[in-house]
Ligand binder design. Structure first.
Ligand code: FES
Ligand SMILES: [Fe+2]
Length: 451
């Protein structure tokens, strides 16, 4: 079984009806040609080697565009957010003229962090005072005041806060440590056209959680890049999604898969009544499952029809979404570290960030957003919370993923493990590692024997 189309001929496979690409008003649906990436193993040492971690930092993390935060979280001049990537901390600041600028979050006196992680405001001062000796900076990073400046015979440093590039798209602020990056929109190609039809700017943040996991950041990215493990560790999901009729599309740097929801996996026997998770989907759409007397296989299309008919009266604008988008999970990887589950009424971002020092640890950020119907009051955003894996639940499905990953990471170190043996359902993993190789090893390609 070489690819999705071959798989679709397998016994027991029931394809799901799909919207035709030419009938999609916004997000493209065409199947992208599968890249020719071979069948080789992926070297497990890249998941724990400190040398490879350094190469990633020098050649990839400091070259790509990264998600900083949400524009709506810093609406006024002096509002700021601090985000971390590997060993660096970044200060993103709303300016007096409404623009956004970003700086390394480090005081030029003796290197103190100017602000801690999170969202905040300078208040009326419109300045940042370093807590150590009170060197004070304007919103644009220039100096406002240095206490006892006459005791510095050399005067003040010629350089003030070190600025980095940032830009906005999709209601988010993005930044890059690359001094000559491609434009953000060019970097994100072709995803802006895919994601713009969703009303991301009309969604409120409902979860904002960071959990420390004992695995490499890529071990986690891989876990969200294939549906093959659904039958392994998430068997309950087989009662409301089709884990085999999954369209995989690899683009230049990024990729996606499209998973039909509100339908059964062909791996399960048809149940006598509608499974509870599908009932939940029906109720969320405003349908009453008790009234439904058609076969389960028709529910997905009927949920789509119902949302199409009643969305506008519920204050939800689905006009730029095709019918499949009203039920299905459109799942994108924005290279290198964002997994997006995008739905008509909500979207989730999972972000993997490397630990500053240890390739066997990482930070997993969960950000979820829900559509606020037109005319409804905008609720307060969720507060940020942070803990170590195991201290609290992050929900059944993500707990299942999280519990599995330290075991995978430990196995990567084993002398008995030769490398990742990747199948067609895991094509996105192969593509992700190829893009990573392109950054790490450049256009001349990976040298023989390299990780
Ligand atoms: S380190 Fe910031 S004022 Fe001294
Ligand atoms: Fe999973």
């Amino acid at each position: 079984m070489d690819d999705f189309w071959e798989r679709s001929k397998a016994p027991g496979f029931t394809p799901v009806p799909r919207v035709k690409p030419e009938e999609s008003p916004g997000t493209p649906l065409e199947k992208a040609p599968d890249p020719e990436l071979g069948h080789g193993i992926i070297d497990p040492r890249r998941y724990f080697s400190r040398e490879f971690m350094q190469l990633e930092w020098q050649r990839m993390w400091t070259k790509v565009w990264l998600l900083g935060g949400r524009e709506v979280d810093i609406p006024e001049a002096g509002d700021y957010l601090v985000t971390e990537i590997g060993p660096e901390s970044i200060l993103i600041v709303r300016q007096r003229d409404g623009s956004v600028r970003a700086f390394y979050n480090v005081c030029q006196h003796r290197g103190n962090r100017i602000r801690g992680c999170g969202i905040g405001t300078t208040g009326e001062s419109l300045s940042f005072k370093c807590p150590y000796h009170h060197w004070e900076y304007e919103l644009d990073g220039s100096y406002r005041r240095i206490p006892d400046i006459d005791t510095f015979p050399q005067g003040k440093p010629a350089h003030a806060l070190t600025e980095i590039r940032c830009d906005t798209w999709g209601g988010f602020v993005w930044y890059t440590l690359n001094e000559s990056p491609p434009p953000l929109l060019e970097y994100l190609e072709p995803l802006p056209r895919h994601l713009e039809p969703y009303n991301m700017h009309k969604m409120v943040q409902t979860r904002d959680i960071t959990v420390e996991w004992d695995c490499n950041w890529k071990t986690s990215v891989d876990a969200f890049n294939e549906t093959y493990h659904v039958q392994g560790i998430h068997p309950q999901l087989l009662w409301y999604l089709h884990d085999l009729d999954v369209q995989i599309d690899c683009y230049g740097r990024h990729n996606r898969y499209l998973i039909p929801f509100a339908t059964l996996s062909p791996r399960v026997r048809k149940p006598p009544s509608i499974p509870e998770p599908i009932k939940t989907i029906m109720k969320a759409a405003g349908m009453d499952p008790a009234d439904y007397d058609k076969p389960i296989g028709e529910i997905r299309r009927d949920v789509q029809r119902h949302k199409r008919a009643y969305g506008a009266s519920q204050g939800k604008d689905y006009s730029r979404l095709n019918d499949d988008q009203l039920t299905d999970d459109f799942h994108y990887l924005i290279f290198p570290n964002l997994s997006l589950n995008v739905h008509a009424d909500d979207f989730w971002i999972f972000r993997q960030r490397p630990h500053p020092l240890d390739p066997d640890r990482m930070f997993y950020d969960i950000m979820t957003f829900e559509l606020v119907p037109d005319g409804k009051e905008w609720p307060e955003r969720a507060e940020h919370k942070r803990w170590k894996h195991g201290d609290k639940t992050i929900g059944l499905v993500l707990d299942q993923d999280a519990e599995n990953l330290p075991g995978v990471q430990a196995g990567m170190h084993s002398k008995g493990f030769k490398g990742l043996w990747i199948g067609a359902q895991e094509l996105r993993i192969r593509h992700f590692h190829k893009v990573l190789d392109d950054y790490v090893y450049g256009p001349q390609g990976k040298p023989a024997g390299a990780l």
